[in-house]
Each structure stands twice: as C-alpha cells, then as structure tokens.
Design a binder for this molecule. Structure first.
Ligand code: GLA
Length: 397
C-alpha cells in the first residue's frame, strides 16, 4: 500500500527517481526521459463508445519512457515491466502487430518521420501502473510515446494531434476498438480537476475537485480476466445493435446518446431481455453523468459521490460487468464514514474500484476494506491513494 503520503510535487511523480536512474544507466549519456500518467474514470461508465460524457482524471502513476540515440540505423524497444524486446531496421518498421506489448509504442512510432533521424533510436519503458487493472496502461504508453516522439522530432502537432496519433495506434495498428476516453484523459487532464469529455463532439471542460478536501483511492481486486477483451467487445457490439434498432425512429442516430430518452422508453418493452438491460444501463448512466456534472459545478461532491455508487448498481445489474470482488469492495467502502461514493473503474470484469472520500477517512477505509476482503476472499486488496497529474512531459534526468 502506498498509504497517506501528502500531495507530491506534480512535476516529479512517485517512483520517478528510481525509474529515471534505471533509464539513464541503461541508455547512457544523452538519454531523455518522459512521464505519461494513467487515468481513473469516476463517472460515465461505458459511455465513451456510446457518444456520452465521461469524467476521468489522470493519476500520478504511469509510464516512464527513456529515449536514447543509436549509431546503428535500428529501432530498439524494450521494457522493464514486460518480457521480450524488438529490434528492427529503422527504415523498415513492421507493418502488422505481433500480439506483443511493443505493438503499442510501435503503432505510435510508425506515424512519425523517424527516417529524418541521424542513426537509430532506442525506447525503454518503465512503469508503476498495474497492467490490465483498468487504469489505462496502454493509453499511458501510447500517449507518452507520441509526446516523446514529438519532443525528439519537433512536429508542432500540439496535444490534440498527439492524442489523436495515440488513439489511432490502438485502434488501427493494435486493433482494439477502444473508446476515446483513455488517451484524452491521459493527454488533457489537470491536477485538482476532473475532465468532463463529451465523447460525441470531443469538447472538454475542467471541473474542480478540491484536493485539499477530497481524495481518490483505488482498490485492486487482483483479479484479471482473460475474457475481458471479448466481453468488452460484446458490450460495444450490443450497443451498436441497439443504435441500429433505434434508427427506425431516429434515422440520424450515430450513437445511443443521439436517441432521446422518450424514444427509449417507448421502445424498451420490445427489446430482448439482454439488450433491454444494456440499454437500461446506458440511458440511466447518460442522465446520471449529467446530474453528477451539475452537482460538481454546484460544489455538491456528496451528490456526485452518490451518483458513482448508483452507477455501480447499474453496472452490476444491467451491464453485467461487475464481479463479487468488485461488489464487495464497493459495499465495504461506501459503509465507511467520509466515503462519498465508489464504483468499478475501467471496463470491469475484475480490475479496480475507485473511491471518492473526504480527507481523514483514509485509515478507516483501508482497515475496513482489508478486513472485509480478507474474510471473504482470503487475501488483501491493494489500496492506493492517487494525486492528480498534469499530463505527459519531459523530466530532467
Ligand atoms: C475501457 C475502455 C474505455 C471505456 C471503459 C468503460 O477502459 O478502454 O474506452 O470504454 O472501458 O468506461
């Protein structure tokens, strides 16, 4: 557990000293180092691919990237957290993914003019984000690689263009049909704020969440489901089917978000039981997320937290992406005085819950989660308290 450390200097995230000295040792003189955060999503569960709004924020754990120059004209990719490495001629980068971790940075690097470099390039990744836990390690890597490439080559793309390249690497090169939330959250968040991202028109707002009064905790079930990618794609597909059905009434609908609530109400009895449950989650979550945004703007963080916990109920009952481990962590958390709300974060099927709490409630929260989880599942959950993060940047080596 990382415990109750006070708000760290955002320019130097926890673990930076150790990671940077490993990268500098590995790459030698002239190495440049970068940090790219992970993210946690508090509201708008499974809404990004439905064109709704989401409310994530970047966290102060993520990926450290080291860039070194090579005299030989090759691209070399390696990682301190994943096995295996890739070395290929710089002017003949693979055109297809290999099903390995390096597909993510490679999918980004392919989009930059590496041919303009003298000699070759080495990229080494280090990180302190649990992989597959729903904290967006892949977007952290892709956005970080895009920002590091830009620093090296001076593309002038700006953060929007770099986030776009990261998204395109995941969708077009790696082939994951992910929504836009993760790279936007990694690339555009501000500390002390939640990002409100409208996933239909891609507009963003920064909504204050006072870090001197409130904290964000993440409790990891330790469960990683092999099935998760298939079950995630199935939800995306079911929402596409629903949108198609509603097009009979709303021909211009691109996403479920474009379907008025009244149309859903008129039609819902004609849906199959499974599609009716999926629609019940999406339509209630669309409304809940708007109410949660309004509550936050009015300073009603308690109302915002209650919306998170209602979201969890719908994710379990209607979207069927929760698990007994996630349910128990949410139930135990919301019973703690000072906890305002909790729900699963990321896609679900295992991974983590996010907890919004008042400062001062940390010790009791950890104690109660440990006790409840141990008595039911025989082991302790991992609990971390995260500060916000200003986003991808170069760190002094
Ligand atoms: C995963 C995806 C995101 C989003 C969430 C659910 O984390 O990568 O794009 O769909 O699930 O909110």
């Amino acid at each position: 557990m990382s415990g109750n450390s006070s708000t760290p200097d955002p320019s130097s995230p926890p673990g930076a000293d150790e990671a940077l000295s490993r990268l500098a040792r590995r790459l030698g003189p002239g190495a440049r180092c970068f940090f790219s955060p992970g993210r946690v999503n508090l509201m708008g569960a499974h809404l990004d691919y439905n064109g709704g709004s989401v409310m994530p924020t970047a966290i102060d754990r993520g990926t450290f990237l080291g860039l070194g120059r090579l005299s030989e004209r090759v691209l070399r990719l390696s990682s301190g957290v994943e096995p295996g490495s890739l070395e290929v001629p710089l002017d003949e980068l693979p055109a297809a993914p290999a099903g390995r971790w390096w597909d993510y940075p490679l999918g980004v690097l392919r989009q930059f003019e590496l041919g303009a470099l003298d000699g070759g390039l080495e990229l080494v990744l280090e990180g302190n984000l649990a992989i597959g836990a729903g904290l967006s390690s892949s977007a952290s890597i892709c956005v970080g690689t895009a920002f590091a490439s830009d620093a090296l080559l001076g593309t002038g793309l700006g953060p929007e263009g770099l986030v776009e390249r990261a998204l395109s690497a995941e969708r077009e090169f790696v082939g994951v049909q992910c929504g836009i939330m993760d790279p936007f959250a990694v690339g555009h968040s501000r500390p002390g704020h939640l990002l409100h991202l409208d996933c239909a028109d891609r507009t963003i707002e920064h909504l204050p969440l006072d870090p001197t009064r409130f904290r964000i905790a993440v409790a990891d079930t330790g469960v990683r489901r092999e099935l998760a990618a298939g079950a995630f794609n199935e939800r995306v597909e079911q929402c596409a089917q629903l949108t198609e059905l509603f097009r009979a009434d709303v021909p211009a609908a691109r996403f479920l978000r474009d379907v008025p609530f009244e149309v859903y109400e008129q039609r819902r009895r004609s849906l199959s039981p499974v599609l009716a449950r999926r629609a019940a989650h999406v339509f209630s979550e669309l409304a809940r997320t708007q109410q949660a945004r309004a509550a936050l703007l009015e300073g009603r963080v308690d109302v915002f937290g209650a919306a998170m916990t209602e979201s969890q109920a719908s994710l379990g009952r209607n979207y069927e992406v929760s698990t007994p481990e996630l349910d128990l962590l949410v139930d135990a958390a919301v019973a703690v005085p000072g906890v305002l709300g909790s729900r699963l974060t990321g896609a679900g099927f295992g991974g983590c819950t996010v907890i919004l709490l008042e400062r001062g409630a940390e010790a009791e929260l950890m104690q109660r989660l440990d006790r409840a989880y141990k008595s039911k599942f025989g082991r302790l959950p991992r609990i971390d308290f995260y500060a916000g993060d200003p986003g991808p940047r170069e760190l002094p080596v």
